[in-house]
Write a new protein. Structure first.
Lengths: 275, 359
């Protein structure tokens, strides 16, 4: 019994330490920014500029992730093809490589001297050190989250609904839009949420690939880093905004039952009774 | 006219069937779990592809492996009602029913009229805007049937149409379903593990054992000459014909067979038409002295004959000279305990809910 009690206390203490480690920095941030300073900093045109740029680029990146990621998620969820394992690894890669490395790789691909850079520049497209470059960096870093979650959503769609659709004269196209997408929606929404959060917080790949140009590529995370050296109030204000946005998003997703690592909500039937 | 011959291998299981059904008729495929019933239905629907086979429905050839012809499910005029109905959970009842019509691109006005007709016909008008999760089992079944019939299929397939329902509703829905099937112009193939359902719903009954049809016939043919132990067991039902004496939802239906009377739970739709009553021998309990509790159907008589059931005689069929005549099936242990011998006087009883009546 003593061992049980001890174990319970130890677990509580360790959980409390972890909670403190996470909560302390957030509290420190909140304490640093008084309401008056917060409002004053929001008046700063530089702060507003980076904020607007972050919103614009992260939304654009999320939409691109959705358009490019959904077909990939669908194929991975429903098809078997040679090289599928390689594609899966490739899709997960941006999640695990350091963002600076990702930014460097993007530069090697789309930079002026890069693999595709010269071709792009003959069409008058320059990605590095441009707002479009920021979006590309964000998409690169965020798309695995969307593909992963949407794929899980598609995989969770019960076969029996697809069979029902088939016997109701629905081909693959109709089935995709009217059955698969609505039933995979929890996964897709979770993916969009995660991809947007990732794009919003992107730092390493952006600064490496797109640089740190005020108004063009200086998103909030970059701005925070820059202002740390000179204006702590501004850095803290921007940081707090990011934290609040992330917290709101996570709360909303939990509320909808779509936690980051929550099991897929059952878009499926109850298991059949044993016969 | 349905003509199908299907061969399908799945791991160590092989299905090898030939099925025929006349226009407008209902074919009941009955078998235990693992006999290949659901697979057979999926092959007919086009959800699975036979290794060898041919499926002909009316003038249409849906599958002929020898000719390389294969029409996928979504190009067949087939209606399919899955065991758990598989209504789309994100669509309302009317959207579910309209799904197929929309998939084939029917004009909006026509679609709405057709959906309204179906809602009316299946008594779902008041539930048109509900989601499947808000429906009872019986309502879900009607919605699934309406959805499957919306496109006027040439072949309607029902997978265990009553097994998702609780026992109380099953009784009611069974007679509803029988009436619906009787009025359909299309061929219906249904699978069930329940001999009673097969008898009540099927014009012809095909018994499936280990992936093969061991016997096909109508009710009487199967009753007269069962060809295997399984069929004998399932066909060893007490089947009686009679007239309705009285019928009400509260008191059930009292039936006379000419030889005796019995009570069946629930009302019947038509009190003047002749009635068939089926009682499974396993529903019948035997006593040596009159049971203390008042049984709804209690008969006194003598044991005419005792037949041990193959293969090991653990269960024994006891033929009685009661009025009406009944066959009970009890365990060998019960025979010993009751000291049953041929000629011994016994009491036999069964509950009103243990009897099934249909026209």
């Amino acid at each position: 019994m003593a061992r049980e009690a001890l174990g319970r206390i130890a677990a509580l203490v360790l959980a409390a330490i972890l909670a403190a480690v996470v909560i302390l920095p957030v509290v420190a941030l909140v304490l640093r920014v008084t309401p008056a300073r917060f409002v004053a900093q929001l008046g700063d045109s530089g702060v507003r500029e980076s904020l607007w740029l972050s919103v614009k680029t992260s939304v654009a990146a999320t939409l691109l992730c959705l358009v490019l990621g959904l077909p990939m998620a669908y194929l991975l969820a429903t098809r078997r093809f040679p090289g599928k394992r390689a594609v899966e690894v490739l899709m997960d890669l941006p999640m695990v490589i350091p963002p600076t490395v990702a930014g460097f790789a993007l530069l090697m691909a789309f930079g002026r001297a890069g693999l595709l850079g010269r071709t792009l520049s003959t069409f008058g497209i320059t990605l590095p050190f441009s707002t479009a470059g920021v979006v590309v960096a964000q998409v690169f870093m965020a798309v695995p989250f969307l593909v992963g979650a949407a794929r899980a959503g598609f995989e969770a769609v019960d076969r029996r609904y697809l069979d029902a659709a088939a016997t109701l004269r629905a081909g693959e196209f109709t089935t995709f839009w009217r059955v698969r997408i609505p039933l995979a929606m929890p996964g897709i929404v979770a993916g969009v949420g995660m991809a947007w959060a990732r794009a919003l917080g992107e730092f390493g790949a952006t600064i490496t690939f797109a640089g740190n140009l005020a108004g063009t590529t200086r998103t909030v995370p970059l701005d925070v880093y820059l202002r740390l050296q000179e204006n702590l109030d501004a850095a803290a204000t921007l940081s707090l905004l990011l934290v609040v946005m992330a917290a709101v998003l996570l709360t909303a997703m939990r509320q909808a039952g779509l936690g980051l690592f929550a099991p897929q909500r059952a878009s499926s039937l109850a298991p059949l009774p044993a016969r | 006219m349905l003509r199908a011959s299907l061969r399908y291998r799945l791991a160590d299981f092989e299905l090898d069937l030939t099925l025929d059904a006349a226009p407008g008729s209902t074919l009941a495929l009955v078998g235990e779990s693992g006999s290949g019933k659901t697979t057979a239905l999926r092959l007919l629907a086009g959800l699975a592809r036979p290794d060898q086979g041919r499926i002909e429905v009316g003038d249409a050839l849906w599958c002929d492996t020898a000719l390389g012809i294969w029409i996928p499910a979504h190009e067949r005029t087939v209606g399919f009602v899955a065991q758990d109905y598989a209504l789309f959970p994100h669509l309302t009842v009317q959207e579910n029913i309209g799904f197929g019509l929309q998939a084939v691109g029917i004009r909006r006005g026509v679609l709405q009229r057709r959906v309204a007709d179906l809602l009316e016909r299946f008594d779902l008008s008041a539930l048109a805007d509900r989601r499947p999760a808000q429906l009872s089992g019986g309502q879900q079944q009607r919605a699934a049937l309406a959805r499957a019939l919306a496109l006027d299929p040439a072949l309607l397939l029902l997978d265990e149409p009553l097994s998702a329902l609780d026992v109380r509703t099953r009784h009611e829905v069974r007679s509803e379903l029988r009436a619906v099937l009787a009025g359909l112009p299309c061929i219906t193939v249904l699978v069930t593990h329940s001999p009673v359902e097969a008898l009540v719903l099927g014009d012809r009954i095909a018994v499936l054992e280990d992936g093969r049809v061991s016997q096909v016939g109508n009710r009487e043919e199967l009753l007269r000459r069962p060809r295997s132990a399984y069929i004998a067991e399932f066909m060893g039902l007490n089947l009686m014909q009679g007239r309705v004496l009285s019928s009400s939802p509260e008191d059930g239906t009292r039936v006379t067979t000419g030889d005796g009377e019995l009570l069946v739970a629930g009302p019947v739709p038509d009190t003047t038409a002749p009635l068939v009553v089926v009682v499974s021998p396993r529903e019948i309990t035997l006593y040596r002295s009159p049971p203390a509790a008042s049984a709804q159907n209690l008969y006194h008589g003598r044991v005419l004959e005792m037949v041990p059931e193959p293969p090991f005689g653990e269960r024994v069929r006891v033929v009685l000279d009661t009025h009406p005549r009944l066959v009970a099936e009890v365990t060998a242990a019960a025979v010993a305990q009751l000291g049953l011998t041929e000629g011994a006087p016994v009491y036999a009883s069964f509950k009103a809910t243990g009897a099934v009546a249909y026209h």
